[in-house]
Design a protein around this ligand. Structure first.
Ligand SMILES: Nc1nc2c(ncn2[C@@H]2O[C@H](COP(=O)(O)O[C@H]3[C@@H](O)[C@H](n4cnc5c(=O)[nH]c(N)nc54)O[C@@H]3COP(=O)(O)O)[C@@H](O)[C@H]2O)c(=O)[nH]1
Length: 506
């Protein structure tokens, strides 16, 4: 983190430093180019007799004083004879030795940091650029860019063996061991650099205090960190909530519910007279993305809420049909019980969903278990029960004794049987529910419907139910939990099943 932070500061400071140096050097380059352009014009276009009135007028016209240039001189061999502001220098003024000659087609020569007073610019120190017979006086470069407290710079003019301070912090350039154009020098807390213009005549040396920059930019840095953290937090939250939504059980279930992910388990129902399996309840499971089998307690409400009840029942009916049809299960006609949502309790719909079972009435007898009805329309429900009965479909009231499964339903609907809710048989014999078991059986028996008791988990409970002489069928873990089709096949083929053996032993 520290390294990244230090790298960021280095990068920020170096770009700012470079930008400042380039701004400075662009100004010196512009002056240099203006000088070349104007001096060339003077050499080419001034034709009058040197230092005559006409000559000066021509000089003034050509040298239109572009930005940064003030005074043009006629100075053959470095001796000024006249200038744009002075008709004649008598005696001529010698400009002295040139300091730097810029190689190239223009061959411009420079005299740097000279006293300009003798040529009429009183009190001024500046440079003189000469091309051919003409020269131009260049006033000092004022520092233009605003000072930054953490950045010191010096503008210098350089020759092979000397440098002249032009502005900024004196001695900075000289402090560089080996000042080359575009050198960088990083110490722990400082960054130094030298940049020069394309003529290598002007250079800017700079030295930045890294911690000074960090200090001056602390507010910006802090706000950037806070804003970035805030942005990252919002983004992460959005991604997380999208992922949560996408991978929530409900979304995943509804997205992946199809023929491949639906699974069927089978729980036997035995006839207490023969101790044989005469019916099988089909119970749905759903295969999650990691292949775990999910219990219906987790998804039945989701199916109901999503309005995909008929589609769901169709999926489980098709799956069960395929598995049950693979090999004959029994010589007798087996009753196959399905749970159907109350909203799908409609004759035509049920006949359509279970049409395959109805076409094989020689092997299966279809039974529908009516789970929780909310507000039941008795006449409509009765009509449906009758219509289904006409097609050989049996109906049972499921979970009797809980929720909406009331005695009125048993009395008013011509169902084939009533399944007692498993909570009665599963309760300990001395509990209220346990003690009510026989009373509830007696009450239902008055309606003349056959009785199936669910939740039979022990042999003792099975024998108790048998001893009442009123219960026709039992279902529960004491006989078998819901199993897959292969295990179901084994149970059906077993002539001496566990519940018979236990009954004999008792
Ligand atoms: N509309 C549909 N509803 C369905 C379908 N498949 C199942 N369901 C309903 O989900 C509820 C939970 O079913 P499940 O977890 O399969 O539980 C069944 C049995 O395993 C359980 N049972 C049976 N005997 C015992 C027992 O001795 N002990 C014990 N702890 N549990 C036992 O009872 C459930 C069967 O209940 P029921 O349907 O009332 O006969 C359940 O309410 C199903 O209705 C489906 O395809 N469609």
């Amino acid at each position: 983190m520290l390294l990244v932070g230090y790298g960021f500061i280095l990068w920020q400071v170096s770009s700012l430093m470079h930008q400042r140096q380039q701004e400075e050097l662009q100004r010196t380059s512009a002056v240099h180019q203006n000088a070349i352009r104007t001096l060339r014009l003077l050499n080419d276009n001034v034709t009058g007799i040197p230092c005559s009135q006409q000559f000066r007028m021509q000089m003034l016209r050509v040298a239109f004083l572009p930005d940064g240039l003030n005074e043009f001189l006629y100075a053959p061999d470095g001796r000024v004879l006249c200038s744009t502001s002075q008709i004649a220098f008598n005696p001529p003024i010698s400009l002295g030795q040139t300091d730097v000659v810029i190689p190239g087609p223009n061959h411009i020569s420079w005299r740097i940091q000279r006293n300009l007073e003798p040529i009429g610019l009183s009190g001024a120190i500046g440079s003189i650029a000469q091309l051919g017979n003409y020269a131009v006086a260049i006033p000092p470069y004022a520092k233009k860019a605003q000072d930054l407290p953490w950045l010191k710079s010096e503008l210098v003019a350089v020759s092979a063996d000397k440098n002249w301070h032009l502005n900024g912090k004196r001695g900075l350039y000289a402090g560089f061991k080996d000042p080359q154009p575009q050198t960088w020098n990083a110490r722990l807390s400082t960054l130094s650099s030298v940049s020069c213009d394309e003529y290598n005549l002007h250079c800017v040396a700079s030295k930045a205090d890294l911690f000074g920059w960090a200090n001056s930019a602390i507010t910006i840095l802090a706000s950037t960190v806070v804003l970035t953290a805030l942005f990252a937090w919002i983004l992460a939250n959005n991604i997380l909530s999208w992922l949560r939504n996408y991978w929530s059980f409900e979304a995943r279930f509804l997205r992946c519910l199809n023929a491949e992910t639906i699974a069927a388990l089978y729980q036997p129902i035995i006839d207490l007279k023969s101790d044989k399996i005469t019916a099988i309840e089909v119970l749905a499971r759903w295969k999650d993305v990691d292949d775990t089998l999910v219990s219906p307690a987790k998804f039945i409400d989701i199916v109901a809420k999503s309005g995909r009840t008929a589609e769901f029942t169709q999926l489980i009916a098709d799956r069960a049909f395929d598995e049950l049809m693979r090999e004959p299960l029994s010589d007798d006609v087996l009753e196959i019980n399905f749970n159907v949502f109350a909203c799908d309790f409609d004759c035509q719909r049920i006949l359509k969903i279970f049409s395959k079972f109805l076409e094989h009435s020689d092997r299966f007898c279809l039974a529908i278990e009516l789970i929780e009805f909310h507000e039941i329309d008795f006449d409509k429900a009765q009509a449906t029960i009758e219509a289904l009965s006409a097609h050989g479909v049996r109906t049972y009231i499921d979970d009797f004794g809980t929720g909406y499964s009331s005695i009125e339903r048993v009395a008013r609907l011509a169902v084939d049987g009533v399944k007692l809710d498993r909570s009665f048989a599963m309760s300990p014999p001395d509990s209220i529910m346990g003690r009510m078991l026989v009373q509830v059986i007696e009450m239902v028996k008055l309606s003349d419907r056959s009785i199936i008791v669910e939740g039979v988990e022990t042999q003792a409970r099975l024998e108790l139910l048998r001893s009442t002489g009123m219960v026709e069928f039992v279902q529960g873990y004491g006989i078998s939990p819901p199993v897959n089709i292969a295990a179901m096949r084994k149970l059906l083929a077993d002539d001496n099943p566990i519940w018979k053996r236990k009954a004999r032993a008792a």
